[in-house]
Design a protein around this ligand. Structure first.
Ligand SMILES: [Zn+2]
Length: 668
């Protein structure tokens, strides 16, 4: 947390009640330089009672030196001094990281270092940084990955998943200045998680030596919170889940920190706020638009002239701001409403001894008879049905003293139609219907119209003088500028209602209109440029599309060819199949032939072996013939030998044998 030092005093406004709980009771006042600091006795919030004006603060933070000059009250080196928070933010991001691209708003985003962490995660990034110098650096560093603007009003209406307010809230004198504009653009809803850090004014050091505690540092720090006051603030804004923990443990401590008092800073994580619904149902001053303020506030200002020393019933008091205005002059004011949560807000926010808030749900029937001098009932009867409107007017007749008066208003249906559907308006009334309803119960009814018009004043200082009323053009006031109707009713004669003018001193018309026009023109130029880019993109897209179409048709052609090829392949495959089966047939036939050949072969074998057998028998016979032949040869030799030798000795018988042998046929 950067250390602040006191700069020169630039004080101009006075705040005398607690910015958190509105209590005026203070304990332990102390003074730092010329600044008086009150501590609220109820919620412990400490606040500077004479803070600088908004304009002074704007120029105070808009100087470059505040971020890098090392001057008293500012940063020496913004990047170096905020590096400690990067780890903390990274851990927080890790905890809530989801598959979804979250949207984040960093309020007081400085140089954009936290947004850079979010942009690295592809989150939708938004930043608000009032300093021109810091904003320019953040825009440069984030290179268009974040929408970074000067004020909350320049943001687009958007519900954020995460809102960072790191060391910011202590720089404003009223936290509602920061938070209400966020609700106005729908930035905080039930799903939104708010991460807030601030110095801990409940730390041991801050309590024991408040004057020298480094963060009690006006005028840059104007409000100082502890656990109790932060809880109070966030509960008021209807956050349902609030976790507060200590950061920056006191380094002088020897032991581990055991309670929040041991920390110099606080970190809050809060979610579940349904305040947006609360402020949409009923008017909460400073929320919504100036138009809402111009509608609601002047009626009570008008009623104030009737209030001195009166006992007043403010029927349908809502958040009680009007009852509170009346209570400033009345003897007693009872604010009545059907909604307990609105009354709780009223009791908390508006505390006056003459002011009471009570619940009533029987349209006023149970309220005391002839008790009130004045009944006010503004923008309420259109919220009930026609039957209930009758009951309510009956109740007013009953509770008013005989000389009492009713001041009642209802909006012009032609104007409410411009705002779109309003589910809370059950029975709107035209001027005639409104008058008829009142005249049915009151003898005297006087109606004036409430207009919202631009005006020119010739005035000297802050004058409360009676105005001379002239018009620029010779035209009459018309229904088109009539916000609504205000009626004064009584059973006794009442004078004509006086005309009144209410001037908004805080809304300088010319700068406002010029600023609006400038913004509108810039928005128009941006819209035009965007449209042109869109047209270009569309034509490029068209080109891409027709090229894609071409590619597609070519692809289809290829596909058709491929299909043809596949068909032919199938045909070939079928032919192959047929050939294969014929081959099989042939093979089978071959097989048959082969087996027959085998058969023949074996028969041939058989024949062959038989031939062999015959051959061997022939051989045998041949051998035998050979034997006989060689015997014959032998015999022949002997015969020849005998012939050479005396053959006489050879008997005639042998001669005969030889003769027989030679002549007889061979036997086989
Ligand atoms: Zn307080």
């Amino acid at each position: 947390m950067p250390k602040m030092q006191t700069d020169k005093v630039i004080s101009s406004q006075s705040i005398s009640q607690c910015p958190v709980c509105n209590s005026k009771d203070s304990v332990n006042d102390f003074c730092i330089d010329q600044f008086i600091i009150h501590q609220c006795s109820e919620c412990d919030c400490k606040y500077v009672i004479n803070p600088p004006s908004k304009k002074e603060l704007e120029s105070y933070y808009n100087r470059e030196q505040w971020f890098n000059g090392g001057e008293p009250g500012g940063y020496r080196d913004y990047d170096e001094q905020t590096v400690g928070s990067l780890k903390m933010i990274k851990d927080i991001f890790d905890d809530i990281d989801s598959d979804r691209h979250l949207s984040i708003l960093d309020l007081g985003c400085g140089y954009g270092s936290h947004l850079q962490l979010a942009a690295d995660r592809d989150w939708q990034c938004f930043g608000v940084e009032p300093s021109d110098h810091a904003r320019a650096i953040a825009q440069l560093r984030l290179e268009g990955k974040a929408m970074i603007v000067k004020s909350i009003n320049e943001l687009i209406p958007h519900c954020f998943d995460l809102i960072l307010m790191l060391d910011v809230i202590e720089h404003v004198s009223n936290p509602e200045e920061l938070l209400y504009p966020l609700y106005n653009i729908g930035a905080i809803q039930e799903k939104t998680k708010l991460i807030l850090t601030t110095p801990n004014s409940g730390s041991r050091l801050a309590i024991s030596d408040p004057v020298n505690w480094p963060y009690h540092h006006p005028p840059s720090h104007l409000t100082y919170y502890n656990e109790k006051s932060l809880n109070k603030l966030l509960k008021k804004l209807r956050f349902s889940k609030i976790i507060i923990k200590g950061i920056y443990a006191n380094q002088a401590m020897n032991e581990d920190p055991s309670s929040l008092e041991d920390f110099e800073g606080l970190e809050v994580q809060a979610s579940g706020s349904n305040f947006i619904r609360f402020m949409q149902e009923r008017y909460v001053p400073s929320t919504c638009s100036e138009i809402a303020e111009y509608e609601h506030m002047p009626r009570y200002q008008y009623a104030l002239s009737l209030a001195p020393n009166k006992t007043i019933l403010d029927f349908g008091c809502g958040t009680g701001y009007g009852s509170s205005i009346l209570a400033a002059r009345a003897r007693a004011v009872v604010g009545v409403d059907i909604d307990e949560s609105a009354l709780e807000w009223a009791r908390e926010t508006h505390r006056k001894p003459t002011l009471n808030f009570r619940i009533n749900s029987d349209f006023g029937a149970s309220l005391p008879s002839q008790y009130f001098d004045l009944v006010t009932c503004f923008e309420m009867i259109e919220h009930v049905t026609a039957d209930h409107q009758q009951l309510i007017i009956d109740s007013f007749v009953k509770v008013l003293k005989p000389d009492g008066v009713l001041l009642i208003s209802t909006p012009n249906p032609d104007i409410t139609a411009l705002y779109g559907d309003n589910p809370y308006h059950l029975c709107e009334l035209t001027r005639d219907e409104f008058e008829a309803l009142l005249r049915s119960k009151f003898k005297f009814v006087n109606i004036i119209d409430q207009h919202a018009l631009a005006s020119i004043l010739f005035a000297s200082g802050n004058s409360g003088q009676a105005w001379q009323l002239d018009t620029l053009r010779n035209t009459k006031l018309t229904e088109s500028s009539t916000l609504g109707y205000l009626a004064l009713c009584s059973q006794q004669e009442i004078g004509a209602m006086k005309s009144s003018v209410y001037v908004d001193n805080d809304a300088p018309y010319i700068p406002l209109i010029l600023d609006l026009r400038k913004n509108l023109l810039e928005a128009k130029v941006k819209a035009y440029e965007f449209e042109q880019t869109l047209i270009q993109l569309r034509s490029t897209e068209q080109g891409h599309f027709s090229r894609e179409q071409e590619v597609l048709s070519k692809e289809q052609k290829i596909l058709r060819r491929e299909q043809e090829l596949v068909g032919k392949e199938q045909e070939l495959l079928n032919m192959d199949q047929r050939l294969l089966s014929k081959e099989q047939d042939l093979l089978n036939m071959d097989q048959g032939l082969l087996s027959k050949e085998q058969e023949l072969l074996s028969k041939e074998q058989e024949l062959l072996s038989k031939e062999q057998e015959l051959l061997s028998k022939e051989q045998e016979l041949l051998n035998r013939d050979q034997g006989l032949l060689s015997k014959e040869q032998g015999l022949l030799y002997r015969e020849q030998a005998l012939q050479r030798h005396p053959v006489s000795r050879i008997s005639n018988a042998v001669k005969r044998n030889i003769a027989w042998f030679s002549s007889s046929p061979k036997q086989t």
